[in-house]
Design a protein. Structure first.
Length: 605
């Protein structure tokens, strides 16, 4: 699966739909970019556009939107309730799947430099892309807004672009950040006070420390305040004589920076006397309050999760259930507002499947359903993963999406593709699937309790191998397209023949690489069956053996496809090296297949 990046540019126009449609069209015209949402605000005179694209094209799509906004939006005539400093005010890049934060920072820097150089717009980088710690915070970057830009630029250069006021377009903040998830947890009560009670307990900001609560509801206690020579710790019973002693205790015992924690709450650490003491919440990267939603007939904990990688949803959900149970409240489910990355559901599915003693080595749709049910994502509204989940793995090839008999019919027709390479990949995928099936079935058996973690790991690896081989079913057919295209090239002159010959060689090299990869993946499928051989129950030996035979057949069949294509490539060094790599892989496959066959035969005798 290729990587996916989300980009959420904010444009300083919220009243003229034609302008926004033109900007969105410019973004969507870039290959690979898909505009998912357009949210216009009249009062703020601001529009938030959400689009996704592969890492290779997301920067181009973002630049196209910024360039069109520079043409259509004149900041000299702009007024709105929201802070802003440019026609494209902010431009954050967000990793969704198959891409790292570091890669998004690189994309942000490259795009920002391009905006500055080609459009003459001053650019500052923020959050993870910030080049100065002072500018990590967007509010700090936007200090003075559009009206203060001219004076600000006289005092210093931006991170990219000219140190010159662009009266028409203003300036742009370009950043990289984690995916922001808006998520609500539902309660079996309409009481907002109870929802706040739970939200305050979990969120990073925490709550006022209290004493003497008459029951499990913490909010009923008396607020604890800082006093002269009395600085209580919010998280335990320690009391210091001054803030420095309290800060040292907090670092040693609770592992944090107390001064930074109070500054984040808007309090001066040197002026705390008379102010309430704060107890930390259970999670970092979590903002939250409680509210009531009349149309749902319930109260909710309303959260913004700013880093699901460090604060996963399933951990928050479990903690909410735990805190609710202490107070006699029931969590009935949850609601994701907007979109969510696939990794969030995958994390949750793995967590809950493991907790119930099941193997997480399941197909993607099964993992999605496990997460949806475990988090109660259909409690108050429908949840369709096809429209709600970004980066969810799926097989989009024409061949793999055919039902079995359609595919078999297609292979039998009088056309050269799909041929042996695609069938080899399918055979390997079925072999991996059988080994994975046995691992999943074995993981649930009481007799295999000691091997549960090993079996679950085998199943997860097997699913990955299976998916790679399924992708190869279409990849093998597509790889030969270059050969066919080259064969159709003209060859009337020496120059045309030379061009055609070069294209043919490139096509055959590509057509060789795909089945060679299939051989390696079939080797991995054999390894899955090989790992299962010593762990399998006798009643499933035939399945493991069948899986190994299919994977071995896939490897040998793919090997034939490598060799037949090598015959068309004149580069002897390339052919010799490729053939040596193929032989080494096939030797591994033969050894693995023989070992599985021995184990299966011994069990069946």
């Amino acid at each position: 699966m290729s990587g996916l990046v989300e980009c959420v540019p904010n444009f300083s126009e919220g009243r003229d739909r034609k302008v926004i449609d033109a900007i969105a069209a410019a973004i969507g015209a870039v290959e690979g970019a898909e505009v998912l949402d357009i949210d216009m605000g009249g009062e703020t005179n601001r529009t938030v556009v959400t689009f996704v694209a592969p890492p290779a094209s997301v920067g181009d799509a973002a630049f196209a939107g910024v360039a069109r906004a520079a043409e259509l939006i004149d900041m000299r005539a702009h007024a709105g309730a929201h802070p802003r400093m440019g026609a494209t005010d902010v431009l954050p890049f967000v990793p969704v799947s198959g891409v790292s934060m570091e890669e998004c920072v690189t994309i942000a820097h490259a795009t920002g430099e391009r905006i500055g150089a080609e459009l003459g717009i001053p650019v500052w980088f923020y959050e993870e892309a910030a080049r100065s710690p002072d500018f990590r915070n967007l509010a700090r970057v936007r200090t003075g807004e559009y009206e203060g830009l001219a004076e600000r630029l006289e005092g210093g250069a931006p991170d990219a672009g000219p140190a010159k006021f662009n009266a028409r377009s203003g300036a742009t903040a370009v950043g990289a950040r984690e995916f922001l998830i808006a998520w609500n947890i539902n309660l079996n009560t309409r009481d907002r006070t109870y929802a706040n009670e739970l939200a305050y307990e979990l969120r990073e900001r925490g709550r006022w420390k209290r004493s003497g609560s008459p029951d499990a509801f913490y909010y009923k206690g008396d607020v604890v305040y800082f006093a002269k020579d009395k600085f209580p710790c919010g998280n335990c019973d320690f009391v210091a004589a001054d803030f420095d002693a309290l800060a040292a205790h907090y670092t040693d015992t609770h592992g944090g920076d107390l001064a930074a924690a109070y500054r984040a709450r808007g309090l001066d650490p040197r002026a705390l006397v008379g102010k309430p003491v704060y107890k930390d919440g259970r999670f970092t990267n979590l903002k939250g309050i409680g509210w009531e939603i009349p149309e749902y007939g319930c109260a909710q904990l309303s959260f913004n999760v700013t880093s699901f990688r460090t604060t996963p949803l399933h951990a928050i959900y479990d903690a909410a259930c735990e805190e609710a149970q202490k107070r006699g409240i029931t969590v009935t489910g949850s609601e994701i507002v907007g979109l969510v990355p696939w990794e969030v559901l995958r994390q949750a599915a793995v967590h809950y499947l493991r907790r119930m003693g099941k193997s997480p080595g399941l197909p993607v749709p099964d993992l999605a359903e496990a997460a949806i049910q475990s988090l109660g994502l259909r409690d108050v509204a429908d949840f369709n993963p096809a429209s709600k989940v970004l980066g969810m793995p799926k097989q989009e090839g024409e061949l793999v999406n055919r039902v079995t008999y359609d595919f078999v019919d297609e292979v039998s027709r009088d056309s050269p593709a799909p041929g042996g390479g695609s069938v080899a990949a399918l055979a390997g995928a079925l072999g991996a699937a059988l080994g994975t099936m046995v691992a999943n079935l074995s993981a649930t058996k009481g007799t295999q309790a000691a091997n549960h973690d090993a079996l679950a790991g085998i199943a997860e690896r097997g699913q990955a191998v299976k998916e790679a081989l399924v992708t190869g079913v279409d990849a093998d057919t597509s790889a030969f397209d270059g050969v066919i295209a080259a064969m159709r090239m003209p060859k009337d002159s020496d120059e045309q023949r030379a061009t055609r010959d070069a294209a043919l060689e490139a096509g055959y090299r590509a057509a060789t690489a795909v089945p060679l990869a299939t051989v390696g993946q079939c080797r991995d499928a054999l390894a899955v069956c090989g790992e299962m051989a010593p762990l399998m129950d006798a009643g499933m030996a035939s399945d493991v053996g069948s899986g190994a035979l299919l994977a071995h057949a896939g490897a040998r069949a793919a090997g034939y496809n490598v060799r037949i294509n090598l015959k068309e490539i004149p580069d002897e060094t390339f052919c010799r090296e490729t053939d040596a790599a193929l032989e080494a892989l096939l030797d591994e496959c033969d050894a693995l297949a023989a070992a599985v066959a021995d184990a299966v035969e011994a069990t069946l005798r």
